[in-house]
Design a protein around this ligand. Structure first.
Ligand code: ZN
Length: 469
């Protein structure tokens, strides 16, 4: 199935970090200064969860655990119903194969059935629900380099389930929070106060899981997930140093999002890399040769290509244009076929007058906070208009429209050209005021893709362009 056909034009999903994926590492803490965060910090210093949580077989379900289980089962169904789960069988089968290869053979856990899914969310993220549902966002799938890194993420998340971390955290948090606090906490966390679809649904359906995963696990449980994850990787013969590499990758802040506050009270990435490296030093002395890594990267990209392309569309829809360029560039670098060239062209066209990369001064904490506030106040179109009124913005746009045009043209002339490249060219020319050329390209598109879903919309563009010379 072509990846284009699995693209669903959906509302843009700006979903904020939820678990605590490796990124924040942290299963961390809310923004400083909020009452809830203060409460939570207090809670975390006072909780007496031992570094080693009880082994699975020792876990006895209590009423409060069964309530949480019921909520997360409901949550799975809601994610599906809201169209948040990627509907691509090959990707799902692949995630399940890698995930299940990490699990001890014949392992049976009460109230766990393993399900690995991709979430249609351009924000790099992963989290585990205690019923065995593991979610990895398309944003994270698109960012990773190879299967071993995926295995690292899954092994970390699997440990949260195996060691019943959500239940343990839930038991200790529950007494201290009311649902109302959780909603306030979520609102305070989400930059701009606008929670993404995943958080919104989770808060409504299973409020305590939001606390147990987002505000989540203690530093000790996080560390346990990291180290146990390394053991699982070794047992399944994945090069364990990729756990460290994926953390470095996740530290990349392409969009300048204000998520750094997660590091405030928790092991910083540096610290995690340090303890993982020292743990690894004792366990593994073999570093995977580059050639093998390259081969692994190629295999991973071939498997993930449809999800990666889908994520580029989600990134564009969500206003994450720099991520779109970054990810599409990686795809073209891997395999410059007409479809990947088309996606890079789309990314540059929509990047418009913005810079391709954020400058150092845009990546400070205060700059990120300002940017988050601005994002809340103005639309993407308004931002573009503002930038286009500046010489630097005009310069960028000139550069990007040129790159986009070249890439679209390549995508229409390569072997197996894609029809959508003509639509992209039409949009580009329309924006540049080159009406006649826009009409020609739109017509080519309609001719080559007579069954296109957006046929009517494009037809309208053609008519409007013809009316205004
Ligand atoms: Zn975690």
């Amino acid at each position: 199935m072509s990846s284009l056909s699995i693209l669903k034009r959906g509302r843009s999903l700006i979903i904020r970090l939820f678990c605590v994926s490796l990124l924040t590492s942290v299963c961390g803490v809310g923004p400083k200064g909020t009452a809830t965060a203060a409460l939570l910090r207090q809670d975390q210093t006072q909780t007496t969860i031992k570094p080693q949580s009880p082994a699975n077989e020792e876990f006895k379900f209590e009423k409060v655990d069964l309530e949480l289980l019921e909520q997360v089962n409901l949550l799975d169904r809601r994610f599906e119903r809201e169209g948040l789960v990627l509907d691509d069988q090959a990707t799902v089968a692949y995630l399940n194969r890698v995930g299940k290869s990490l699990l001890p053979r014949g392992l049976k856990l009460e109230n766990v059935s393993w399900n690995f899914r991709a979430l249609r969310d351009p924000q790099p993220n992963a989290f585990a629900l205690p019923n065995g549902s593991i979610y990895v966002s398309t944003g994270l799938l698109a960012l990773m380099d190879n299967e071993s890194q995926l295995a690292a993420i899954l092994a970390h998340e699997l440990t949260h389930v195996l060691r019943r971390h959500s239940y343990l955290q839930n038991r200790s948090n529950r007494k201290k929070f009311l649902t109302m606090n959780i909603i306030a906490a979520v609102g305070a966390y989400a930059p701009g106060g606008v929670a993404g679809a995943v958080i919104t649904i989770a808060t409504a359906v299973a409020p305590f899981i939001v606390i147990a995963t987002m505000y989540g696990y203690s530093r000790d449980l996080e560390r346990e997930a990291d180290l146990k994850g390394i053991d699982m990787m070794l047992a399944a013969e994945y090069p364990p140093e990729e756990m460290v590499n994926v953390m470095r990758l996740l530290n990349k802040d392409i969009e300048g999002e204000n998520i750094r506050f997660f590091y405030n009270d928790h092991p910083a990435l540096d610290e995690r890399i340090k303890y993982l490296s020292s743990y690894l030093g004792a366990r593994a002395d073999v570093v995977t040769p580059q050639m093998e890594l390259n081969r692994e990267k190629a295999a991973y990209f071939r498997k993930m290509e449809p999800a990666m392309r889908h994520d580029i569309q989600l990134s564009i829809n969500g206003g994450r244009f720099r991520s779109a360029v970054f990810l599409a560039d990686r795809l073209v670098d891997f395999y410059p076929d007409s479809e990947n060239l088309f996606w890079l062209a789309e990314a540059y066209r929509t990047l418009g007058p913005r810079t391709e990369q954020l400058a150092e001064k845009e990546l400070t904490n205060s700059a990120k906070k300002d940017a988050a506030k601005k994002r809340e106040k103005r639309t993407v179109e308004e931002e573009e208009r503002e930038l286009l009124a500046t010489p630097a913005g005009q310069e960028n746009w000139k550069l990007h429209e040129k790159k986009a045009e070249e890439l679209y043209l390549q995508a229409t002339t390569r072997e197996n050209p894609v029809a959508v490249a003509h639509r992209g060219l039409g949009m580009l020319y329309e924006k540049l005021g080159r009406s006649n050329e826009a009409v020609t390209e739109y017509q080519k598109y309609l001719e080559l893709a007579p069954a296109a879903l957006d046929r009517e919309r494009i037809q309208k563009h053609v008519e409007a362009l013809r009316r205004t010379p």
